[in-house]
Design a protein around this ligand. Structure first.
Ligand code: ADP
Ligand code: MG
Length: 598
């Protein structure tokens, strides 16, 4: 079937061709003839990315009478981003349809500009419910001639609490208007709107009801809560061409994950409701242009995201509203492409997998977080590439060359290569050796026994807010950490631990203490000792007598402060001493660089 077969006018066919659309999508094939040829209300259910905008937009434009200077069509959608997107798309369709005027109205932008645009003669309004109500109140919007109302992403609008607003707006439109409702899912609330405001509508479902795009690979990875961030990084490192969105449940998690990724040298940024509209626009702009590789977002903030070519969607947590899963994963595999959706799930939360499977009508496939060895291999190849590409400063090293040659005299070329590679690579091996396999055995699913680690260790700690162990680290404010968060970010970045496993932090001038969950102290000690900061060796120790106290360092009592200033000039002489801490495992970045960015 072609667009021509659907009954569209020449103007619109021309625009569609100019946009590069070759043939109609399934929902377009089904909706366009009905919306053009009948006077009935309409419910169209189709997953995201299937071309719903054109499905209602083309018939709406075609039915505008441009001799008549009045608003004849209204499209309501949940977010500002979506509103702008739809208006842009509609304007492209109307490019050759003489004189059809489309005006977008949404919050966070000058209302007087919008009033002026409406007065300039609008035929179609694309609006968010809030701003639309506002403009009705100011008598700037009058809907007495509106004959078609589209409720786009109706389920999302209800999720976002726009029910009352929608009712109020629909009340202000004439009784003769037709309502076209489009949605990816059909929860009961949407059914209710349909039965309240529609009369015997035509119902069309494309694909299975509530299903998500067929070309999405739905996967989940079973990891403990404290390892989630680590798992995420491994996946990211494992796909060099990745362009993706990480969904978090809360604004706080969103910012935290984004900040950690940025500190770890990833091209990432956060999108959530605590940011100003200007900040959000800037982030979205960068993501659209692909100058950001990874967008970390809340469900609400990511609603309007209509970016093609997204390869991966990560669910840092599953959403509270299972229906949001469809919306999240639908951000990938748009316009006929394929995509991967990966949910990071703690064993205690694995019960939710069933709900998701029910929602999408498909099984989620269990996948493992890439192994440390895979990542080490990648880091090694990166190192070799760096060696190939490094610029040698002959003048700078000249004074040392003779001495270096002398002390390395006894080695063959092969031995030298092995040794130089080992100097760097042993560190990666070490970092990942301790991190080990972070995948949780599937038999632990829903057992409840291995529940959220954080919770269980806190419980063991007789209900106090402090963590099981306390560690000393010989870095503090003098090393440039202005606050505890910066220190935490640094530690997490360097040691590959989750911020959630660290509790109370005391930041002093030259050293600090941290409460850590059980098992995390050892990880910190093995990952951090041997690293350095500004040419100085980092040292981490248990600061109190603890069960792990076979280690002599663990027996120290009240000696925390001993290490303060005196250790600060260690460094050079240590056999593990290195001159730079340029790489941590998994795509790290130099601390100097990191701090400059703050
Ligand atoms: P939905 O609203 O169902 O999520 P959109 O209407 O936003 O989907 O369309 C998704 C993408 O597909 C957009 O970039 C749009 O321009 C493109 N698109 C729509 N219809 C077609 C078509 N028939 N052929 C090719 N691309 C299309
Ligand atoms: Mg849409």
């Amino acid at each position: 079937m072609t667009f021509k077969d659907l009954g569209l006018s020449e103007d619109l066919l021309k625009a569609v061709t100019a946009m590069g659309f070759e043939k109609p999508s399934e929902i377009q094939e089904k909706s366009i003839p009905d919306l053009l040829g009948t006077e009935k209300d309409y419910v169209g259910l189709a997953q995201t990315g299937t071309g719903k905008t054109a499905a209602f937009g083309l018939p709406m434009i075609q039915q505008i009478d441009t001799d008549y200077r009045a608003i004849q069509g209204l499209i309501l959608c949940p977010t500002r981003e979506l509103c702008i997107q739809i208006a842009k798309e509609m304007s492209a369709y109307a490019k050759y349809a003489d004189g059809v005027k489309i005006v977008a109205v949404y919050g966070g932008a000058s209302i007087s500009d919008q009033i002026r645009a409406i007065k300039g003669g609008a035929n179609i309004i694309v609006g968010t419910p809030g701003r639309t109500i506002d403009l009705i109140g100011r008598k700037a919007l009058k809907f007495e001639s509106v004959s078609k109302v589209v409720l786009d992403e109706a389920d999302e609008m209800l999720n976002m609490g726009f029910k009352e607003d929608i009712n109020e707006i629909l009340e202000s439109t004439p009784a003769f208007k037709r309502v076209w409702l489009f949605s990816a899912t059909m929860p009961r609330e949407v059914e209710r709107i349909a039965s309240n405001y529609m009369e015997d509508p035509i119902k069309v479902t494309v694909g299975t009801k509530n299903s998500s795009a067929a070309n999405i690979d739905h996967k989940f990875c079973l990891v403990n809560g404290r390892d989630k961030y680590f798992a995420l990084k491994r996946f990211i490192d494992h796909y060099p061409g990745l362009f993706g969105i990480v969904f978090c449940r809360t604004r706080r998690d969103t910012q935290e994950v984004a900040t950690k990724l940025m500190n770890d040298g990833y091209s990432a940024d956060a999108l959530h409701g605590d940011l100003s509209q200007g900040q959000r626009d800037a982030v979205m702009g960068k993501f659209r242009k692909k100058t950001i590789q990874i967008l970390v977002a809340t469900d609400v903030a990511a609603r309007g995201i209509d970016v093609d070519d997204i390869t991966h969607v990560f669910h840092y947590d599953l959403p509270d509203e299972i229906e949001s899963y469809t919306h999240r994963s639908g951000r990938t595999a748009r316009a006929g492409k394929s995509g991967i959706s990966i949910a990071l799930i703690a064993p205690a939360k694995s019960g939710k997998i069933k709900l998701v499977e029910k929602q999408i009508g498909k099984k989620l496939e269990l996948v493992k977080a890439p192994s440390g060895q895979d990542i080490c291999g990648m880091q090694l190849m990166k190192l070799i590439k760096n060696v190939n590409e490094v610029e040698v400063n002959e003048k700078g090293i000249a004074p040392f060359v003779a001495q270096i040659h002398e002390s390395l005299e006894g080695y063959s070329k092969e031995e030298l290569i092995e040794r130089f590679v080992s100097v760097e690579f042993n560190r990666f091996l070490k970092a990942y050796e301790k991190a080990g396999d972070i995948n949780v055995d599937p038999s632990k699913m829903r057992s409840g026994r291995d529940s959220d680690d954080r919770g269980s260790s806190r419980r063991r700690d007789s209900g106090s807010e402090t963590n099981v162990n306390r560690v000393f680290i010989n870095v503090g404010k003098m090393d440039g950490f202005e606050n505890k968060g910066q220190l935490l970010g640094f530690i997490c970045n360097q040691a590959g631990i989750d911020g959630g496993s660290v509790g109370k932090i005391d930041l002093f001038d030259s050293f600090s203490f941290m409460g850590v969950d059980e098992g995390v102290g050892e990880r910190l000690i093995s990952a951090m000792n041997g690293k350095n900061i500004e040419d100085r060796d980092i040292r981490v120790e248990f600061s109190q007598d603890k069960p792990q106290g076979e280690r002599s360092g663990g027996r120290r009592n009240g000696g925390d402060r001993r290490s303060g200033g005196g250790d600060r000039r260690g460094g050079g002489g240590d056999r593990r001493g290195r001159t730079s801490s340029s790489n941590s495992g998994g795509g790290g970045r130099n601390f100097r660089e990191r701090r400059r960015r703050n």
